[in-house]
Design a protein around this ligand. Structure first.
Ligand code: SF4
Length: 346
């Protein structure tokens, strides 16, 4: 019994320094503050990822436990097909429930095809912005050997997931209010966007108020429920719901035996694995040309070994099997980059 009390004490988000230091607040606290500021219309949004945690929140919404005005999924352009299938599964479930909350799919505003477009643009043009958390090496000046040089900052989640959801929510509400896209949000209107971070992910929480749109606030209901990622996965398993972890097929955070595995991508989507190997190699080649601001040598795999070597056997076999599909994908992309960015791509 004593042990249980201690465990519950550890799992109480109110004891976490991020909560104690006001890095985040509960939804009820945000609502109270907004009401005190004269806000009388709050729009509730679910930022839906299609994986294991925001789906848990969606299920609570379908059961009438959480209210949402909009459910918004931002397609990063690099989610595996099995995540798109999970999104469809949840849309079907919503229909079966007779729930009519608008369920919208959106994407990056200018790079509509997401991370694949960003990477192809980066590799084939002089575009310099790079958002992926790749592992880095640098050349040791004394030995001439590669040595570890940290990891690049993750900006892709914000640029390709979080901001598109906020932009779409803003657009939908302005339309609902009969306002134009360039008009100001009325001062009596605010948004609370639910993010599916779990208790074990509190470290990922950095904001309560959106840095981009000051009338938007972020809430973390699973944290408030003291639920971990594992709790949500167990809930989905117990209820025979799909439970693959959402992430991009090329995500450098893919790491075997964690539920976000390279092996799952290799097994489920061999062509996507080859695409990841292609990007991994091309990024090092382009970095070598010194055309880029990027100083470090990038790797998708945490061992800082080319992906095609980490999984050498699978790569060899799959490359033989899907060589033509891969070449055709590269060639279509090069034409698209050429068309969109008006540059001659070799
Ligand atoms: S899953 Fe990985 S690659 Fe995709 S947006 Fe998140 S951090 Fe970036």
């Amino acid at each position: 019994m004593e042990q249980l009390t201690l465990f519950e004490e550890i799992r109480n988000f109110k004891n976490h320094k991020k909560y104690r230091n006001n890095v985040f607040k509960t939804k009820a606290e945000i609502e109270k503050e907004l009401q005190a500021k004269g806000v009388d219309k709050i729009y509730y949004i679910l930022s839906f990822g299609g994986g294991t945690q925001s789906t848990h929140l969606l299920e609570q919404h379908l059961k009438g436990l959480i209210h949402y005005d909009y459910i918004i999924f931002s397609d990063t352009g690099a989610e595996p097909q099995f995540i798109h299938e999970q999104v469809e599964w949840w849309q079907k479930r919503q229909r079966e429930y007779g729930n009519t909350t608008p369920f919208i799919i959106t994407h990056h505003k200018s790079m509509e095809r997401g991370l694949e477009e960003m990477l192809m643009r980066y590799i084939n043009t002089d575009y310099q912005r790079f958002q992926l958390p790749v592992y880095c090496n640098k050349i040791d000046e004394e030995t001439g050997e590669e040595v570890k040089a940290g990891i690049m900052q993750r900006q892709c989640t914000v640029d390709f997931k979080i901001i598109p959801v906020k932009q779409k929510a803003r657009q939908l509400v302005l339309e609902e209010l009969g306002l134009k896209s360039n008009q100001r949000m009325p001062s009596n209107v605010s948004f609370i966007i639910d993010i599916g971070f779990s208790y074990d992910e509190i470290k990922r929480i950095n904001f309560c108020q959106s840095p981009q749109f000051k009338y938007m606030y972020l809430a973390y209901p699973l944290v408030e429920e003291n639920l971990t990622t594992e709790d949500s996965i167990n809930f989905l398993i117990d209820n025979q719901m799909p439970c693959k972890r959402s992430r991009c097929y090329l995500c450098p955070f893919n790491c075997d035996s964690t539920g976000v595995d390279w092996k799952e991508i290799i097994h489920e989507e061999p062509l996507s694995f080859l695409k990841a190997c292609y990007f991994d190699e091309q990024l090092r080649l382009v970095q070598k040309t010194r055309r880029k601001v990027m100083q470090s040598i990038p790797y998708f795999h945490y061992t800082r070994i080319p992906l095609s070597e980490v999984y050498a056997e699978q790569f060899k076999h799959l490359n033989e099997q899907f060589k033509e599909e891969l070449q055709s994908w590269v060639s279509i992309w090069k034409k698209e980059i050429n068309r969109k960015y008006n540059l001659k791509v070799a």
